[in-house]
Ligand binder design. Structure first.
Ligand code: PEP
Ligand code: MN
Length: 268
């Protein structure tokens, strides 16, 4: 028996708007999530939070549980990182976005506003079923070797479990060219727009892996009509514990935000 898939446009007419506090994403509402790859210290996360807020970011990102390729790399501050994010939220009012890698850790995320499911976890179906039970939005990132249909079926797990608040994220896929960390699949925004009612944001930081490529790809993504961006920003990229090479400085982020605003005016 064929059932109408919940992510589809047939299931719900019109674009879905996901609300995070006062921030809306989707149906013409554009939101920018910015912050470091990882929470490192209170000084770092509070400084970055204040800077990105001043530049117009809508939410603060920061990883506390880091899924790293090497087990010897910095794995995140875990619960302590989430506590430092809460301090940054108290200082700035920015809603928090942070990645959860295991359902067992979810109780620690009580004060996190958006649960990020990372590229590596996109097909962790038990984790998807666990976040489906939550009453808070989920940012679902596309796996580097996953098709858009697989991304949508992962979103379906969350919707089917009763959580309507899913934001999709294109963050680059693996191709044969090794110049960049991944290849930004910008077609995904337009294709997903047709296939789903859910909001779609773009992550040019993980897609490119190179800070100077982030602004042009962020602008291209904005011009393509996505519903928002997630961008890594660090106050000292050269000494970042994770993903420094792709992190913008607060000044670079500010310049990008001004240009994104202009592009938004054209495509709105
Ligand atoms: C991240 O956002 O820091 C991250 C690990 O991203 P991805 O899951 O897309 O690799
Ligand atoms: Mn990162």
């Amino acid at each position: 028996m064929s059932e109408t898939l919940r992510y589809s446009r047939e299931y719900h007419p019109g674009d879905t708007v996901v609300e995070v506090g006062n921030v809306k994403i989707g149906k013409g509402h554009f939101a920018v999530i910015a912050g470091p790859c990882s929470v490192e210290t209170e000084e770092q996360i509070v400084a970055v939070a204040k800077a990105v807020k001043a530049s117009g970011a809508d939410m603060l990102r920061g990883g506390a549980f880091k899924p790293r390729t090497s087990p010897y790399d910095f794995q995140g501050l875990k619960g302590e990182g989430l506590r430092l994010l809460e301090i940054a939220k108290a200082e700035t009012g920015l809603p928090l976005v942070s990645e959860c890698v295991s359902a067992a850790d979810l109780p620690l995320f009580e004060n996190v506003d958006v649960i990020q499911i990372g590229a590596r976890s996109m097909q962790n179906y038990e984790l998807l079923k666990a976040v489906a039970q939550l009453d808070k939005p989920v940012l679902l990132k596309r796996g580097v070797v996953n098709t858009l249909e697989e991304l949508l079926m992962s979103a379906e797990y969350i919707l089917a479990g009763g959580n309507e608040n899913v934001i999709l994220c294109e963050r680059g896929i693996r191709t044969f060219d090794g110049h960049t960390r991944s290849t930004l699949d910008l077609e995904a925004v337009t294709v997903l727009r047709e296939l789903t009612r859910l909001p779609v944001i773009v992550d040019p930081s993980h897609a490119t892996g190179i800070a100077k490529l982030v602004p042009p790809m962020a602008m291209a993504a904005t011009a393509s009509g996505c519903d928002g961006l997630i961008i890594e920003v660090h106050n000292d990229p050269a000494h970042a514990l994770c993903d420094g090479a792709q992190s913008l400085t607060p000044e670079e982020f500010d310049g990008l935000m001004r240009r994104v605003e202009k592009i938004r005016k054209i495509v709105e």
